[in-house]
Design a protein around this ligand. Structure first.
Ligand SMILES: Nc1nc2c(ncn2[C@@H]2O[C@H](COP(=O)(O)OP(=O)(O)O)[C@@H](O)[C@H]2O)c(=O)[nH]1
Ligand SMILES: [Mg+2]
Ligand SMILES: [Zn+2]
Length: 401
């Protein structure tokens, strides 16, 4: 306790200053200190730790992260949050102070180990050099554009995902399903935010389509330009809460950030009237602090993302289809006319929508293809080794027992 107390006092410039002043006053000959050095140190320690803890909590610090620190790290390291990612540099925040540091972390060369916005990073207290990234509570990543299947980290430690869509011709069920799969896969609670309710006579028709995406899905309809309307999103933006925004260009993500922040810090874009689409304006990945204590994260680069290794998310968003498939007569049923296919039966009965089945097929195929490519790249050695093993039976149909 005391050792840590000294560390805490010594590393705070104000603590150092107060400490020196205190000792200068009480070390004068003839004056006896009213409190012992130990008690002084302890009260300073308590005060500093308490204020540090509140500041960390405001940044989103949780027991999930503190539990990862060893005793040595507890004494020798400072946790900071990565609040912006620039080219080669990252902005880290602590105690309300933001500083730009090198993005390179020693020994962390894999793409997935690079700092993403939202990450918690340990710095050495003395040198302020990065020590290590803490394990993430959630991580959004994507395959970088181009055929190389390179992984890119987008955002870490997100509590809620605002999936943003607008009440106009841009509203696209397939795209929303894709975003939902992603949220479920990463295990981040999704909220579907329908913007531009002020521009439509029939917001109900969009709400209805949105609700059809899942029985438990939270749907909120707003005018993103109106603070009173956007206030209904406040419950996800409390102290220390991190909310990421995801949605096509022009749906109102930056507008939401600005309205929630009560400032015009982000450039929004004029929408082309004829097709409702906007141009891309957001480029840096950054966390924006809200008055009510939460953090908003605009995430360029996530909207065009491909699914990869998202089988769990797919199964959750399309649980109706997956449940049917589990009761098909053949375990490897392709649902294309095999006897005893429950999916075909549901289509005939009208309990399953063909369009929804097609969207599921498309996403499942995309996921399978990307996952396979990545697996191949990741484990070439293993793949080479397993080529020697007997191939699995893929020809005949396998009846369910
Ligand atoms: N009337 C109205 N306009 C909106 C709403 N949300 C966004 N806009 C406008 O739509 C355009 C695109 O918004 P923007 O926030 O830049 O979209 P982003 O690409 O998702 O960040 C801007 O001109 C906004 O003013 C809304 O709820 N109602
Ligand atoms: Mg924007
Ligand atoms: Zn089937």
């Amino acid at each position: 306790m005391m050792r840590a107390g000294i560390v805490a006092v010594r590393t705070s410039p104000v603590g150092d200053w107060l400490f020196d002043l205190y000792w200068a006053m009480y070390q004068k000959p003839g004056r006896s200190p009213k409190v012992s050095r130990a008690r002084y140190m302890e009260s300073r320690y308590r005060h500093i730790m308490a204020s540090q803890n509140t500041q960390l909590t405001e940044l989103g610090w949780k027991s999930f992260f503190s539990a990862q620190l060893s005793d040595e790290e507890m004494a020798g390291c400072l946790p900071v949050r990565v609040t912006a990612v620039h080219r080669g540099k990252i902005a880290v925040t602590r105690d309300g102070i933001e500083s730009l540091i090198e993005a390179r972390i020693p020994g962390a060369d894999a793409e997935e180990d690079r700092p993403a916005v939202g990450d918690w990073l340990l710095l050495d207290r003395e040198s302020l050099e990065p020590v290590r990234l803490l394990q993430r509570a959630s991580l959004f990543k994507r395959l970088a554009a181009g055929g190389r299947q390179k992984l890119q980290v987008i955002a870490a430690n997100v509590d809620t995902l605002f999936i943003v869509a607008s009440c106009n011709q841009d509203f696209n069920v397939a795209r929303l399903e894709r975003y939902l799969v992603l949220a479920r896969e990463v295990d981040v609670a999704p909220v579907l935010v329908l913007t531009k309710m002020d521009l439509t006579d029939r917001p109900e028709s969009f709400i209805e389509k949105a609700r059809a995406l899942g029985p438990d899905l939270v749907v909120e309809t707003v005018n993103a330009r109106d603070a009173a309307s956007v206030a209904r999103l406040a419950k996800w933006c409390g102290i220390g809460q991190t909310v990421a925004l995801l949605g096509s260009s022009g749906v109102g993500k930056s507008t939401l950030v600005n309205t929630l922040r009560g400032s015009d810090c982000l450039a929004t874009q004029a929408v082309r009237e004829e097709d409702g689409k906007g141009r891309h304006t957001t480029t840096v990945r950054q966390m924006h602090r809200l008055e009510q204590g939460g953090w908003l994260l605009d995430t360029p680069g996530m909207r065009e993302l491909q699914l990869s290794e998202a089988a769990t998310g797919l199964a959750e968003v399309f649980d109706d289809i997956v449940e049917l498939a589990l009761t098909c007569q053949f375990t490897n049923c392709a649902h294309e006319g095999e006897p005893g296919c429950q999916i075909q039966a549901a289509l005939k009965q009208g309990t399953l929508d063909l369009a929804r089945l097609d969207r599921w097929r498309k996403l499942a195929l995309e996921d399978a293809t990307n996952s396979a490519t990545r697996a191949t790249r990741r484990d070439r050695a293993d793949a080479a080794e397993s080529r020697g093993r007997a191939p699995s039976n893929t020809s005949g149909k396998r009846p369910r027992r």
